[in-house]
Structure formats: structure tokens, C-alpha cells
Write a protein that binds this ligand. Structure first.
Ligand code: FUC
Length: 826
């Protein structure tokens, strides 16, 4: 059962509570997940640590501690392709069937000729566990465990017979190893057995000379792709005092004062096409470099490296009441019925913590589970679903000041643009590159799962927009030049693949689908032509290449071609229920509450739909959001937080945060005790989606403006502050404070110069002596220029109301690169 509180009725007591606490000194509560009981058998209670290469789930169990291990390249299979080469010859037939309204027949044919007959994607796999067995530690007191997300260190402590035992563990960013440190308050008290426990077949575990343990193996075959990924893990124990004995596959520590365990894991993976690396040498080399450093040095350097990312954003909504004193699982239970603003900031920062921990330059991008998986057959293979989930993982990257962490995704897109060239050519006879709705470590581009899901041809197009977004935030032309061909390749695919719709005359993709959804009118088939989301994606792909070509001063003729093609795309349409149409025909069911609301891509992450520029489409998008309802899978609710923020409705966005921050139950969505998002099962996208959405409630930088406090919920009006958010166009919101819903002070740094068009909820003045003009006409700042979209086509049956917008103030300020601009409430 979800709780969704009636904000209107309950707001007053909370506002009073917040006001009474506003002056309290407890605003800076430590950012920790903490518990007064061990994880037991439940992986989703365990605390995640990671350094982008290695991930671990720390159980904090007393008698048998489990450190469940992952390495970013340990996947099933080996280099492979999965295109279905029958597609090209049947394309004409499939198109004809769809244009004739025979979607089901088209789907049956597509299942034979488009869907892969080979791999449907490989699996991200666990390495195994390091386990520590403490004989006689079955009865204990003063149990405590935490994950300090400001230090990126997990800690467990408990007492037995007056002796306090403490274990700390981290995944070092600079040293590339996982390190555990075990201490006891009395000398010679640490006695335990350490061993690796295999998770997968084909695994060897043993003890080695020099107080080492090893785990090694080769991953499994999957869907007839041979497992060729070899991995090696080594754990080395360093002890102070006591003795260490070794058995075949374990080490026995007796009466030590302190023990430090260094874990290094590596694989033979060089790149998606090459597994000739030496996992043994790699694992040993990282281990040997780290093992000479004592725990305190490892911990200090790790936290320092971590905080270089983490500390860029500080977010404060006030401490809240008694709830803030509860363990994290208890807070989660109460959240929907209490005002616990610090829990929101904890959850927000946990999203940033997770991205820092699972996505580091040079590593693999965050999978459906980031870098944390304990299952031999993980849900959806814990791979990359690129019709929403992978993109969502990276929504917080730029805006929450973690742009470097976008790199693994950007690299994957570059690689997909190479492997996807062959797919575009062989399957669809098109130039450029493409990907369907999934990919994996081996950068497959073929169609998987079944045509209903897998015939969607826009994975490449959508992902390419992450490359463009990275540019919009930094303005780095050298970078743009380096990815231009990838962007152009995404556009080339569409330029070749679009066909004229026989009835409407628009240029459409056929076969196409609106991810994973089907209108009843199509006999349960998702296959169609020219669906709204696809048209929006192509609009963005073409527009970004047109603008990139102009920024780089190249390819003007190609840009003209794209402009011509763009003008023939279908316009967005408003259907009979006042909804934004999901499909080309007005066949939406207003009672459909499907988790994918793909046609709102145009509202977020794209900004084709705007309350100010396209009021009719904005109202239609709102109707769609209302018709689809709130409660859904975790990631769907994460997306909805962003959409309601773009709707400028902070209370509704907050309601979605409440729905998401509800203990996982029998229904859809929710959150696990360790604050992992629940589809269910665990899927990390919802964590990242919500962190992005909360940012959008506080600051938006699209639609021609940088908007501050666009969607504050009533519960946060009283007081708050945030530092370090990044905006498109090279602006950084160094800090922002608000009180009683009004912007009190904002400090903005301009890195590129250009016009800053500021939209704020109250009148402000410059405190740095610059002229602030009332905003007028088109924003001259190129980063904020919006592409004109075609007027919507509106059904005669539709009623579309005018948006009811709160008053805002907009200013134009001419900025210089490298300068700070301070604004204060007037
Ligand atoms: C898409 C979604 C599912 C799930 C899967 C990993 O297929 O429709 O809900 O998130 O990806």
C-alpha cells in the first residue's frame, strides 16, 4: 500500500514545524545510512561501496561477514554480434503491413527477421564473496553499522564481553582495491577465518603463500556465446600481532590486534572486441601497489579523491524533526507520513554517491544495477536497457556537477557507433549507425527479447544526445569536434531510414514502436510507424547536428539536408482526451497507466514542450501525466519527479518522491532498506532519476532560460540552500539560498560568458554592479536557443486549457567568462 498524503490538508503543521526548526543548529546532520541490525541474508540490506571498477555489498553480519564482490568487466560471453541479416530483404513487406494496419502480422514477421537469432544480450555477473567467520560471535550487543556517504566508507561495530569490534571497508578510488580494516578495543582479540566463496561455476578458490587468498575463473557461456572472460581476485591479509595459518582455501587469523585486508580483482578484458589481457598480472600489480600503504593512508587518500566529486554539491533543507534520529530503515517506513527533509537530502546525495561509486572515467557505464549484482542470472541480465534505463542513470551527471562521470557512457556510445554501423547497413540498408533497445559489454546492437520490445530502432539516437548534452554544459568545442562524427552518424541513419507515410505524407520511421506499449487498436502489437517519441528523438538528433555543424563551421550542406528533413517530421498531436498522442493515430487509452510514457520525452529530458513556448502541448502533456497516474515501477516514478518539476508543480513532484521513498512491498516501485530503488526488483535507474528530478525542482536550464526555484513544494518553502549545480551554457550555480519561497541570494559563475537569462520567483537585484535588463525576445546565448517546433495538430474533440502559471521575473545579464555574479532579493 502506498501512502500519498494530501498536501493541502496536512501542510500547515509541517510548515510550522519547519519554521520552528529553521534556526536550529542541526541542519548539517551527517550524511549516513545507518542501521541497528545486520543485513542477515538480504542482499538489499547490504551497503554498496564502489570505485567504478570494483563494487561490493557490505552485509555487516557479525558471525559471518559477507563482502559480496563485483568487477565491472566480469560479464558472460565474449566478443560477438547479434544482427539478424534477414531484416533487409523483409523491410518492404513489414512496412507495407504496418501502413495497411496489419500490425500483428508485421510483428510476427519481425520476430523472424528482425529479432536476433543469436545472443539476446550477455549478463553482468558476480565475482564471489569474501567471507570472514568469527567463531563465538553469536551473541553481541551495541550493534551499529553505517555507510558514510560523505567519506565513502562503510563501518560495522559491536561489543562482546566488553570488547568493541570495528570493521571499516572502502573501495579505493585512487588505489583500485577494496580494503577492509578490522580492529578491536583490546589487543590480541581478533580471531577469524577468511575465505573466498564462489558465486559462479568454473571458479577456483585457494589460499596462497604470503597470507593471500585467490578466486579465479572464466565466465559462463550464455545463449550460445562462449564465456571467455577470465577474472582473478586476490585478497592479502596484513596483521598486527597474532598468527596466520593457512588451509587449502582459507586463512586462519589468531589473536591479532589489527588486520587489514586488501582485495584486488582484474579481468582479461581489453575492450568489447578483445579479451587478451592478463588478469593475473593486473590483479597482482594493483594489489602490490596498494598493500604497502597502511589503512589510514588508503582511507585518507580515498576520501580525498571521493570528496573532490562529492563536495561540489551541498544541499540543505533543514534537519527536520524526530525522524532524523531514526535508523535509515525506520525513517524510510515513516517518510511518506512525516516531514523529514534531511531524508530527502540524504537520498539525493546517495544518488550522487552511487554515481561516483559505479561510474568512473575509463570504466564501464552503470548497468541496470550500477556495479552491484549478486545474482548468477540477474534480472534483465543487469545489462543496458537503452530505451530509458541507461539514459536515466546519467541524468544527474552534468547538472549535479559530476560531468567527468558521464565519460563511461560517452565512451560506450562511441563504441556503439562503430559496432552499430554494420547493424544500420546490414539490417536496414542505411548509412550511419543505430542500436535497438538493449546493449551489453560487447556492444551488441541487434534486436532482442521479441519484436514487441526489441524492434525499437532508437537506442543509438537517444544515446547520441548525451554527447550533445555534455557539450551544452561545458561549451568545449574541441570535445564537440571529437564526437561530431558520432552525432552525425546517428543523424545519417535516420536520414536514410525515414520513409514517407502514404496517408499523412510525413516522414516516419517504419517499423517503429513507442517503447514497450501497444494501443488496443493495434491488436496488441506495439509495431507502428512514426510514433511520437521517435519523432521527438529524430528532431533532437537532427537539431543537435545542425547546431554542431554551425558551431564547428563544417558540413553546411548536410545541415541543410537535415533542416529539410526535419520540416517533414510529423508534428506533435493532441488527441481526443486532451492528451499528447503517443502514436500517429489518436488511439491512446486515457485509462492506460503503462509505466513507459515515452512521448513525454519531449517534456523531459528534451525540452520541446514548454509551458511558456508551447502552452497547448504543455497542457496536453499534463493531461497525459494525470491520465497515466503516479504509482508505477521505481524508474517510472523517478521520471515522473522530473516531469512534474517541468510542469512547475513542486507538490506533485514531492508526492512522487514520497511514493518512491516507501518501503518496497507487494506492489510497484518503492525503496529497499539500503535505499536502492525498487522496480522491483532492484534497479538503480530510479535512484538516479529521482536525484535528477529533485535538481529540476530547484533549478532548470533549458527552454531559453536558467530558472531558479521553478518547482519548490510547499514543504520546502520555508528555507533551504544548495551549492554547485551546473547549468547548460557553462553556468554554475555556486550557491543559492531561499526563504519563504523567495530566492534570497544566488551566486552564479559564468565560465563561457554570454547572456544569462535568469528566471526567478521574485524580484532580485544585482549585488555585483551589473545591469539587469528585463528579459526580452530570443535569448542571444546560443546554448539556450530553442528550435522552433511545428504547431501541434489538435483533435476537434480535445479540450485544451491554458496553463495557469505563477508570476515569475526574468532578466538578461551580460556575463564575462570566469566572473561571479551575485543576486539578492529586492
Ligand atoms: C524496460 C522496462 C522494464 C525494466 C527493464 C529493465 O524494459 O520496461 O520495466 O525496467 O527495462
Amino acid at each position: 500500500m502506498k501512502h500519498s498524503m494530501n498536501i493541502g490538508k496536512r501542510i500547515l503543521p509541517y510548515l510550522l514545524l519547519v519554521a520552528s526548526l529553521s534556526a536550529s543548529a542541526q541542519d548539517n546532520l551527517p550524511l549516513k545510512l545507518w542501521f541497528n541490525k545486520p543485513s542477515g541474508k538480504t542482499w538489499e540490506n547490504a551497503l554498496p561501496i564502489g570505485n567504478g571498477r570494483l563494487g561490493a555489498a557490505v552485509y555487516g553480519n557479525v558471525e559471518t561477514e559477507i563482502i559480496q564482490l563485483n568487477e565491472h568487466t566480469v560479464w558472460s560471453g565474449s566478443p560477438n554480434r547479434n544482427d539478424n541479416l534477414l531484416a533487409f530483404d523483409s523491410l518492404g513487406e513489414i512496412r507495407k503491413l504496418i501502413f495497411e494496419g496489419k500490425q500483428k502480422d508485421a510483428e510476427q514477421l519481425a520476430n523472424k527477421v528482425i529479432v536476433s537469432k543469436k545472443s539476446h544480450g550477455q549478463m553482468f555477473l558476480p565475482v564471489g564473496d569474501l567471507r570472514l567467520k568469527f567463531e563465538g560471535h553469536d551473541s553481541y550487543e551495541k550493534y551499529y553499522r553505517e555507510l558514510d556517504i560523505e567519506k565513502a566508507i562503510a563501518k560495522t561495530s559491536y561489543s562482546i564481553g566488553g570488547i568493541t569490534y570495528t570493521r571499516e571497508v572502502l573501495a579505493s578510488l585512487p588505489d583500485r582495491v577494496i580494503v577492509l580494516n578490522l580492529t578491536a578495543s583490546k589487543p590480541a582479540s581478533l580471531s577469524f577465518q577468511a575465505f573466498f566463496a564462489a558465486a559462479m561455476p568454473n571458479t577456483t578458490v585457494k589460499a596462497l603463500p604470503g597470507n593471500q587468498l585467490s578466486i579465479s575463473g572464466v565466465t559462463v557461456d550464455h545463449e550460445s556465446v562462449k564465456g571467455m572472460l577470465k577474472y582473478k581476485g586476490i585478497a592479502q591479509l596484513k596483521t598486527k600481532g597474532g598468527t596466520v595459518l593457512s588451509t587449502d582455501n582459507s586463512l586462519l587469523v589468531k589473536n591479532a590486534d589489527e588486520v587489514t585486508i586488501y582485495i584486488s580483482i582484474a579481468s582479461n578484458f581489453n575492450n568489447y572486441n578483445d579479451v587478451n589481457g592478463n588478469e593475473n598480472e593486473r590483479a597482482a600489480s594493483w594489489l602490490n601497489k596498494a598493500v604497502v600503504k597502511p589503512w589510514y593512508a588508503i582511507a585518507k587518500e580515498h576520501t580525498k579523491a571521493f570528496q573532490q566529486y562529492f563536495n561540489r554539491v551541498k544541499f540543505n533543507l533543514g534537519a527536520g524533526g524526530e525522524a532524523a534520529k531514526l535508523p535509515t530503515d525506520e525513517r524510510l517506513k515513516q517518510f511518506a507520513n512525516t516531514n523529514d527533509p534531511n531524508f530527502v537530502t540524504l537520498y539525493y546525495q546517495f544518488g550522487r554517491y552511487l554515481l561516483i561509486s559505479c561510474s568512473q572515467p575509463g570504466g564501464q557505464p552503470a548497468t541496470l544495477q550500477g556495479i552491484w549484482n549478486n545474482k548468477v542470472h540477474p534480472p534483465w541480465d543487469s545489462k543496458y536497457t537503452i530505451n530509458i534505463n541507461t539514459e536515466m542513470n546519467y541524468w544527474p551527471a552534468e547538472k549535479t556537477n559530476l560531468a567527468e562521470l558521464h565519460e563511461p557512457l560517452i565512451s560506450m556510445v562511441k563504441e556503439l557507433s562503430v559496432t552499430g554501423r554494420q547493424t544500420a547497413h546490414d539490417m536496414y540498408g542505411a548509412r550511419g549507425w543505430m542500436a535497438h533497445h538493449n546493449t551489453d559489454l560487447w556492444r551488441i546492437n541487434g534486436s532482442v527479447d521479441g519484436a514487441f520490445w526489441g524492434a525499437w530502432p532508437n537506442g543509438g539516437g537517444w544515446l547520441s544526445q548525451h554527447l550533445w548534452e555534455h557539450y551544452l554544459y561545458s561549451g568545449d568545442k574541441k570535445y564537440l569536434a571529437s564526437v561530431y562524427d558520432v552525432l552525425k552518424g546517428a543523424a545519417l541513419f535516420y536520414a536514410d531510414y525515414l520513409v514517407k507515410h502514404p496517408k499523412y505524407g510525413w516522414l516516419v520511421i517504419n517499423p517503429d514502436e513507442s517503447p514497450e506499449n501497444a494501443p488496443r487498436a493495434h491488436q496488441g502489437s506495439s509495431l507502428d510507424a512514426g510514433v511520437t517519441m521517435t519523432n521527438q528523438i529524430i528532431f533532437d538528433v537532427f537539431s543537435s547536428v545542425i547546431r554542431a555543424s554551425s558551431v564547428l563551421g563544417k558540413d553546411a550542406a548536410f545541415a541543410d539536408t537535415l533542416k529539410h528533413l526535419r520540416s517533414q517530421l510529423p508534428p506533435m498531436q493532441i488527441g481526443q482526451s486532451g492528451q499528447l498522442q503517443e502514436w500517429l493515430d489518436d488511439v491512446d487509452n486515457p485509462r492506460d497507466n503503462h509505466r513507459h510514457i515515452s512521448h513525454l520525452y519531449g517534456l523531459f529530458p528534451s525540452s520541446q514542450i514548454s509551458p511558456y513556448r508551447t502552452p497547448e502541448l504543455y497542457s496536453a502533456a499534463k493531461n497525459t501525466l494525470i491520465q497515466r497516474g503516479d504509482i508505477s515501477t521505481g524508474w517510472s516514478m523517478g521520471w515522473k519527479v522530473n516531469w512534474w518539476a517541468k510542469m512547475l508543480d513542486g507538490n506533485h513532484a514531492y508526492k512522487l518522491i514520497q511514493n518512491q521513498l516507501t518501503p518496497v512491498g507487494t506492489g510497484e516501485g518503492g525503496t529497499y532498506n539500503n535505499l536502492f530503488d525498487a522496480h522491483p526488483p532492484f534497479q538503480i535507474d530510479g535512484n538516479f532519476g529521482c536525484t535528477s528530478g529533485i535538481t529540476e525542482m530547484l533549478m532548470q536550464s533549458d527552454d531559453g532560460v536558467m530558472a531558479l526555484l521553478p518547482a519548490l513544494p510547499d514543504l520546502w518553502l520555508a528555507k533551504g540552500s544548495i551549492t554547485g549545480l551546473r547549468a547548460r551554457g557553462g553556468f554554475e550555480l555556486i550557491s543559492m539560498e531561499w526563504r519563504d519561497g523567495k530566492l534570497v541570494k544566488a551566486v552564479i559563475k559564468s565560465t563561457l560568458g554570454g547572456n544569462l537569462r535568469l528566471r526567478v520567483p521574485n524580484e532580485v537585484k544585482s549585488a555585483s554592479g551589473v545591469t539587469m535588463k528585463k528579459a526580452n525576445g530570443k535569448n542571444t546565448n546560443l546554448f539556450y536557443q530553442t528550435e522552433e517546433i511545428a504547431a501541434p495538430k489538435i483533435s476537434e474533440k480535445a479540450t485544451v486549457s491554458k496553463p495557469d502559471l505563477k508570476p515569475v521575473w526574468s532578466y538578461d545579464i551580460t556575463t564575462q567568462p570566469g566572473k561571479l555574479y551575485v543576486f539578492r532579493e529586492l
